[in-house]
Write a protein that binds this ligand. Structure first.
Ligand code: MG
Length: 254
């Protein structure tokens, strides 16, 4: 056999071997199993059962913070003493300083009903001002924003001085307003720096007014917000000198 012929035969063997390997490889790789509906179902853990409330009543797993009877879940913010707001007709009304819950919370769903003073007086921030401080730091504004202009990021249901509400869903002063607040607490690293900011969704009378917005830090009256590391903390209600009333307050830890 001359050299040219030998080379040709060698090429032919290599090519044949390669083709054989290819064929074998194609046969050995298993085909993916045919998907069935069951393959994308999981059954455990089963969500626990919660009995929902009727007409805004607390669901079975909620912590009731105020049921119209007493202020036993609250204390004065200034000295930790008795919460001395006025209790009347199943509601309590602002008086004698900020109050705060005895319990502390992380992530939660909060339901709270409030009413601006029946007597309309003052304007802008001076009309029916109070506030709900999430984790004692981040204020969702309470204000009589019914036909009462003020700065947009300071009206009712704003995250104070950070996010105006998407719309003004305010009811008249003689009617009750409802906030449903879904809150994710901020997370901090071990060195105290911010890992992830707080987020909040707010429904005002069933209308979405804050859609999972990022809270930039404690809501300041003057200056820019800046986070400081903290753990679980209470819900606080602001005494701004106006006679806002509250009723039916419950919270679910998430
Ligand atoms: Mg306020």
């Amino acid at each position: 056999m001359n050299r040219k012929l030998t080379f040709t035969w060698t090429l032919a063997f290599v090519a044949a071997g390669f083709l054989t390997q290819e064929a074998a490889f194609a046969q050995e790789v298993p085909k993916p199993a045919k998907m069935t509906p069951e393959m994308t179902e999981f059954w455990e853990p089963e969500p626990r059962v919660v009995t929902p409330g009727v007409n805004n009543a607390a669901p079975s797993d909620a912590i009731v913070l105020f049921n119209g009877k007493d202020l036993s879940e609250w204390k004065a913010k200034s000295d930790g003493g008795e919460a001395k707001w006025t209790l009347k007709n199943g509601a309590f009304t602002v008086g004698k300083g900020d109050i705060t819950t005895k319990k502390e919370f992380g992530d939660f769903q909060l339901h709270i009903e409030w009413s601006a003073p029946d007597e309309v007086k003052g304007s802008s921030q001076g009309r029916g001002n109070s506030g709900i401080f999430l984790q004692d730091r981040y204020e969702v504004q309470i204000l009589d924003s019914y036909q009462n202009r003020t700065y947009a990021n300071g009206q009712a249901a704003s995250v104070y001085k950070q996010h105006p509400p998407l719309v003004n869903a305010m009811r008249k002063p003689t009617e009750w307003n409802v906030y449903d607040i879904i809150y994710t607490a901020p997370r901090f690293k071990e060195d105290g720096s911010l890992f992830s900011p707080a987020r909040v969704t707010v429904l005002h009378n069933g209308v979405v007014v804050q859609n999972n917005v990022e809270i930039k830090g404690p809501t300041e009256y003057i200056g820019l917000p800046q986070y400081k590391a903290h753990g679980k903390a209470p819900i606080s209600l602001q005494d701004h000198g106006d006679l806002i009333s509250y009723r039916n307050i419950w919270i679910r830890e998430l």
